[in-house]
Design a protein around this ligand. Structure first.
Ligand SMILES: [Zn+2]
Length: 101
């Protein structure tokens, strides 16, 4: 069973035991970014600690979950290090799209 080519948006299957398709064989796949860490998000949300060092999708999730818990937007903004306006936008997006935001 071949894996998909690791080039973003490629859509072809990788060659057997390789990470890329034939088209991308000479361009190495980009370094995988850090994965979304749901445990870290849960930790920040349940302890309400500053979310320093989290990636943007994680910050959006933190802001969304804190908002769902009726944490004041001012406090959320402090925790995620974003403006009130940004927090409101993230919360709206999270409410609409959830973790996929
Ligand atoms: Zn490819």
């Amino acid at each position: 069973m071949n894996r998909p080519c690791e080039h973003p948006g490629c859509g072809f299957l990788a060659r057997p035991s390789r990470r890329t398709c034939t088209t991308h064989r000479n361009s190495p796949p980009p370094e995988p970014g850090p994965a979304f860490d749901g445990d870290e998000v849960d930790f920040v949300v349940s302890n309400r600690i500053p979310a320093a060092g989290l990636m943007r999708p994680e910050l959006i999730s933190v802001a969304g979950q804190l908002g769902a818990r009726r944490v004041p937007v001012e406090e959320v903004a402090d925790l995620v290090g974003a403006s009130l306006r940004t927090v409101r936008r993230w919360q709206a997006r999270y409410a609409q799209e959830g973790e996929a935001a």
